[in-house]
Design a protein around this ligand. Structure first.
Ligand SMILES: [Zn+2]
Length: 251
């Protein structure tokens, strides 16, 4: 680290759990953030501000006026622009040293595999089950830690699937495909603005902890937030030995 970096990240370096070594791990990392909306906004902003070396920001949408109530990567003058370009500009204003790679597409197939394989860690900030399951399959295949978040109405959830470990559940163990026919979308159901901030920031916290290797991650736990009562519940998750996505991956 140069003098500017030692100063910029000094409040991290002061923490014995992080220190110079932990900050260097953050600086050397490459994180894939899928979705530049309500969850991806705070998540990517904290990751870039905290010094993640490369943030790959992926989203095929453009900024809409209805996004601005919660998607704080974007501002009024960004309406109509690609979210990844609006987002890149915001992240570079926060931290000009960060490397931001915008991917203006819905990531799937070979491109999804390629990006997951190249990343140290993946944040699922998407808003639909098809994408969530595709991301999970790629993370299982390449054994990458997956930090998953969701927010709708006043309800949020967040978990970590540390797929580097053979005993960790995957997203499919928890939410098997086919049971998710009742997909609810923000556009229909509404979402409480700061809820996406709370969940997205929690995803960033878990991501940084995994990159540093400090503390205890949410691996094997699902946190559920009732934003109206402002109550968190923690549910233990186990691996489904019959899961059709992750069963037998350590054989
Ligand atoms: Zn599984």
């Amino acid at each position: 680290m140069n003098d500017d970096q030692l100063l910029r990240y000094s409040r991290h370096i002061l923490l014995p759990e992080i220190g110079v070594e932990g900050q260097e791990a953050i600086l050397a990392s490459r994180v894939l953030v899928i979705g530049a909306g309500g969850l991806g906004s705070p998540a990517a902003m904290y990751l870039a501000a905290a010094g993640v070396g490369t943030v790959v920001l992926c989203d095929g949408d453009t900024v809409d006026l209805t996004n601005l109530q919660r998607q704080i990567l974007h501002s009024a003058e960004g309406v109509g622009r690609l979210k990844v370009e609006s987002g890149r500009d915001t992240l570079l204003r926060l931290n000009p040293q960060a490397r931001i790679e915008p991917l203006a597409m819905r990531l799937e197939g070979a491109e999804l595999d390629e990006q997951v394989a190249a990343a140290d860690l993946v944040l699922d900030c998407s808003d639909n089950f098809a994408t969530r399951h595709a991301i999970n399959r790629a993370c299982v295949r390449f054994r990458k830690p997956l930090v998953s978040g969701a927010a709708i109405r006043f309800d949020g959830q967040v978990s970590v699937f540390d797929l580097r470990r053979s005993d960790s559940p995957c997203y499919h163990c928890l939410f098997p495909e086919g049971q998710d026919v009742d997909e609810v979308r923000c556009a229909v159901m509404g979402v409480f603005a700061p809820l996406t901030g709370i969940i997205g920031a929690t995803q960033a916290a878990e991501a940084l902890k995994l990159l540093i290797g400090c503390g205890t991650s949410l691996d094997g736990r699902l946190l559920l937030l009732d934003g109206l009562a402002m109550e968190w519940r923690s549910v233990l998750l186990g691996r489904d030995p019959a899961c059709e996505v992750c069963a037998g991956r350590d054989d």
